[in-house]
Design a protein around this ligand. Structure first.
Ligand SMILES: [Zn+2]
Length: 684
């Protein structure tokens, strides 16, 4: 069972991470440097490729040829490799916790038992479909619309976001207060477009989805004919929700998705849906206003609650109960779930070994309990201090750059510097760990553990509504190989998981570190000033601090990057969507520029010698390419291009470099070379 918390979805709106696939991670011994000890192995190179023609291939082509995608993955690269190593590290922690007879109720007991129950396949097989029986019975018993609405609220408390999503979020325009957010949702396919596109691929995938839904109903015990008919009912209702949903590009715009409404306004928006009853049922009875992210979507939900027969709604709810439960049920459910979401949608060939799925599930459900042990074991205080120093150097580089920008007037510059000054930096792990004392975890049932952990998190989340924002919270667990910028907190966050080789290695050449983790840090800083992040001020409020002229200049610079990425072809007929990936691409170009400036400053007056024939500047760019080295299956590339605001790794590797004079200079690239764009884009 995977819990679908609102946080996952909010991540898409507010937290701009450095890469896709927020799966897992963990610490690892330094990557063997192969034939070098400066943090980049020469075996990564493909010297048959010229750096000025395709730098990414030049830098990482050797690695990509030598590292085909393992059967259980759909993308395999630096991020995935480090995540995979982290899984092994976490597995050791979890097995030890399970074997060490920890005190009942301690975090060690909880993580050990959570993992052990997940690994107990004989208990899971014996339970079959039974764990979801009470949910299915509750749906069967529904008599009327009132009951249906109450059941939607009940399922939401179980973290099953049927029909829509609801959760706590800082008020965009009063960032010290938490508010309830109602957000579009309720779909089984990854995005609205999957229901609406007319190309052959999409049509085929919809047929596959209907087949899959039917098979899942059959596994839950329905006769094949009935199951097939039910799948069509699900498709019809989800399609009507999809039609009323906003696109991923529209969802990136915080202004558009900020619609604070009083109960009276809500009544007007959705006359037949009782928000009072809903808020009461989820334990938020005293809430008097909420943010309705996408008002038209909620009009459609309101309409469908009346227009679609109760019997059809019951089928839809049944599907989402089965769908959410599947990963925690017996093997038949797990396999069929993988067949569609893992194989057909993402292109993986095999299911991951069970232990990997169980480690990830533990990290996802009670990740701060696991993370606390993880950082004790793998993240020494010196690592935190060194990372902090690098972040400070990067911030200093941008601070010196802003006053020199010809396209930004002095008034906006002053505001930008104030925002930069106000950044909060979080490194490694939270200062205050989550308190799991009220969560009970045992060895008897994996399904029940996931259910209780989900309900615990959901209750914790809903309890925040109407309260002051707790700025000490983290949006990623410590072992995560990723980083993020959270606009409403005006913060940049680097979990312990990413602060290790090959992103960062204290023993490696500084140039490689600056091109790796330095550019990642710069990327997160730049998100504070990307097309959407720049709409939030230093206190995290959605508040325009730009003059009209400066905003216009900035937008023109953004348009240049948007055009560049629109030009990248993923496969025939599918390009990157420049508007969707704009924030991330601004982050990459801006981040690299800041990291490069910081590196140049760090070697002022003491320029290091060449290593293995590479100048310090060349090594900086090799460090960047190394981070993005990856092989990807066609299905995964398609899925990412369709749904993810992060461009594909292969475009991130080359895209920003082809705009940078410093890159061309480092490798002697000339006008006309593929790595030198005729119309270079520049932000910082
Ligand atoms: Zn990002």
């Amino acid at each position: 069972m995977k819990t679908r918390r609102l946080a996952t979805m909010l991540f898409a709106i507010l937290l701009s991470a450095v890469c896709a696939g927020l799966i897992i991670s963990a610490a690892v011994p330094a990557r063997a440097g192969g034939d070098s000890n400066w943090g980049f192995s020469l075996t990564n190179l493909d010297r048959t490729c010229k750096p000025c023609e395709d730098f990414y291939e030049f830098a990482m082509g050797g690695w990509m040829k030598a590292n085909p995608i393992p059967a259980e993955y759909s993308t395999w690269g630096t991020f995935a490799e480090l995540r995979d190593k982290n899984l092994t590290a976490m597995r050791t922690i979890l097995e030890n916790a399970g074997d060490s007879h920890p005190a009942a109720g301690s975090n060690d007991q909880k993580i050990g038992d959570f993992y052990a129950a997940c690994m107990d396949t004989s208990a899971i097989e014996a339970a079959g479909a039974k764990p979801m029986a009470s949910d299915l019975a509750a749906i069967d018993a529904l008599q009327d619309r009132k009951g249906l609405e109450a059941e939607i609220a009940r399922l939401h408390r179980e973290t099953n976001n049927v029909a829509f999503s609801f959760g706590a979020i800082p008020d965009f325009k009063n960032s010290s207060q938490m508010i309830g957010l109602a957000h579009q949702g309720g779909l089984g396919l990854p995005d609205r477009d999957y229901y609406l596109r007319d190309d052959e691929h999409s049509k085929e995938l919809r047929e596959d989805y209907i087949q899959h839904v039917g098979k899942m109903f059959a596994l839950a015990g329905d006769a094949p004919d009935k199951a097939a008919a039910e799948a069509k009912t699900v498709m019809a209702l989800e399609t009507s929700l999809a039609k009323a949903s906003r696109t991923r590009v529209e969802l990136r715009d915080p202004e558009k998705n900020y619609n604070k409404m009083s109960l009276a306004q809500l009544k007007e928006l959705t006359p037949d849906w009782s928000w009072e009853n809903y808020l009461h049922a989820i334990g938020a009875a005293d809430v008097s206003e909420i943010n309705v992210g996408q008002p038209d979507f909620f009009k459609e939900v309101d309409h469908q609650l009346a227009a679609t027969p109760l019997a059809d709604w019951k089928i839809y709810l049944r599907w989402h109960v089965i769908h959410q439960a599947a990963p925690a049920l017996s093997d038949a459910f797990v396999q069929e779930n993988f067949n569609f979401y893992g194989k057909q949608l993402s292109g993986a060939k095999e299911l991951q070994p069970r232990w990997k799925r169980c480690v990830q599930s533990t990290n996802q459900e009670i990740g701060e309990a696991l993370g606390e042990v993880y950082v004790r074991k793998y993240f020494p205080p010196e690592a935190k201090a060194r990372a902090k120093e690098m972040v400070n150097n990067l911030i200093a580089a941008l601070r010196s750059d802003i006053p020199t920008l010809s396209w930004m007037g002095p008034e906006t510059q002053k505001q930008a510097l104030a925002k930069l000054q106000a950044f909060t930096v979080k490194i490694g792990y939270p200062d205050k760990w989550r308190d799991y004392s009220k969560l009970s975890i045992g060895r008897a049932s994996y399904f029940e553990n996931v259910r209780r952990a989900g309900e615990f998190e959901e209750a914790r989340d809903l309890a925040k509504i109407g309260k002051p924002v707790d700025r000490s919270e983290w949006g990623m667990t410590p072992p995560t190989v990723n980083a993020y910028n959270n606009s409403t907190f005006n913060e940049i966050v680097f979990p312990a998981g990413i602060l290790q080789p090959p992103f960062y290695d204290p023993r490696a050449d500084d140039a490689v570190n600056y091109g790796g983790i330095g550019a990642v840090i710069g990327h997160e800083i730049s998100h504070g000033f990307d097309d959407q992040g720049s709409k939030f001020d230093g206190r995290g409020n959605l508040n325009n601090w730009w003059t009209d002229e400066d905003r216009k200049n900035f937008n023109e610079r953004g348009d240049c990057i948007m055009q560049q990425f629109n030009g990248y072809e993923v496969e025939p007929g599918l390009h990157q969507n420049g508007k969707l990936v704009l924030g991330e691409s601004i982050g990459d170009l801006g981040g690299l520029a800041i990291a490069y400036a910081a590196y140049e400053k760090s070697i002022e007056g003491k320029r290091p010698p060449e290593i293995d024939g590479f100048s310090p500047e060349q090594r900086f760019f090799l460090g960047w390419a190394q981070v993005w080295g990856a092989n990807q299956r066609a299905e995964a590339a398609r899925l990412q291009a369709n749904t993810d605001p992060h461009p594909l790794a292969r475009f991130r590797g080359n895209g920003p470099l082809s705009n940078m004079e410093a890159f061309a200079k480092a490798f002697g690239c000339k006008k006309g070379d593929a790595m030198v764009r005729e119309q270079a884009c520049k932000i910082w």
